[in-house]
Design a protein around this ligand. Structure first.
Ligand SMILES: [Zn+2]
Length: 304
């Protein structure tokens, strides 16, 4: 159902009566209309405008906001029509009418009716009994009414109305589905955002850790370099003892296997060390032990 202004007028006049038509027309397509502006525009008393608006409000067809008038100290109400509520009200009304039509159909099918030949009245059996089957208006004898035509008309009306209600129901369902689908999608998007954010956080934490590590490493290396330098100096001083040291070291190295690969040439060891230490901190720990080794070797050499 498309809510054209004409349709809105028709639906709301059924609620307010024709008195409300100018008010309805002033509200259609607008938002937050001051009740005082409405009153002056349609030239109604403010009390009448308020009564009509409250009737619409009781049918959930309008919403209001209010603002305090700073100079006068009272609240001014601003009114807006609610299209979805108008649709719902229309739907509700149609259902009520259908209910009444069905009741009347049952009545017509089950009860007996009597009519005046002058078309003054139509009475059911009990009422006809009360008037002894005479017209209370003109006194004519009343006759049993053949309700066939009425029943047919009622049945047609009921079928039409049922179809319309069914259509409205379908529209409401599809609308609800759309709303739900939209809500689901927005929820999914929100979840995805949260997920991405948490991933970003983890990544940034990792980055920070990496940075910290990369800051620490050079310090270690510097220490290692110092050790290497001291080793170098000692090597230079004791060049004479080199050959004998070599022999002893070779034995120990092979015993440890992977500790250090090449020791025979001390100069090479000294120069290669920094790169090896970058790769593995465990190897760094072995440097002091080598130092000790060398000292031991030196002592032995001295004794000899
Ligand atoms: Zn009559």
């Amino acid at each position: 159902m498309r809510l054209t202004p004409k349709k809105i007028e028709k639906i709301l006049v059924q609620i307010l009566g024709h008195e409300g038509l100018p008010l309805i027309q002033s509200l259609i397509g607008k938002e937050n209309v001051s009740e005082f502006d409405l009153a002056t525009k349609i030239n109604y008393d403010i009390k009448v405008v308020r009564r009509l608006l409250y009737t619409l409000y009781n049918h959930n067809i309008v919403a209001f906001t209010r603002k305090k008038d700073k100079q006068k100290g009272w609240y001014i109400y601003y009114w807006t029509l609610l299209p979805e509520s108008i649709k719902f009200s229309y739907f509700k009304r149609k259902k009520e009418i259908l209910e009444r039509l069905n009741e009347r159909l049952v009545e017509e099918q089950q009860e007996l009716f009597f009519v005046c030949p002058n078309d003054c009245v139509r009475l059911n059996f009990d009422q006809s009994m009360d008037f002894e089957f005479h017209c209370p208006e003109c006194g004519e004898l009343i006759n049993q009414d053949n309700g066939k035509e009425r029943i047919e008309i009622l049945e047609i009306k009921i079928i039409e109305l049922s179809k319309e209600i069914e259509m409205l129901l379908k529209q409401r369902q599809t609308k609800r589905k759309q709303v739900k689908e939209k809500a689901r999608k927005t929820e999914e998007k929100a979840k995805e955002k949260v997920r991405k954010k948490s991933i970003k956080k983890v990544l940034s934490k990792k980055k920070v850790i990496k940075k910290m590590e990369s800051v620490k490493k050079p310090l270690k290396i510097k220490k290692e370099e110092k050790i290497v330098k001291t080793v170098k100096k000692k090597i230079v001083k004791k060049k004479v003892a080199v050959k004998k040291k070599e022999v002893i070291k070779k034995k120990k190295v092979t015993a440890r296997k992977k500790a250090t690969i090449k020791l025979p040439l001390k100069k090479e060891v000294a120069t290669k060390k920094p790169t090896k230490k970058k790769m593995n901190s465990k190897k760094v720990l072995k440097v002091p032990s080598k130092k000790k080794l060398k000292k031991k070797v030196e002592k032995k050499v001295k004794k000899n």
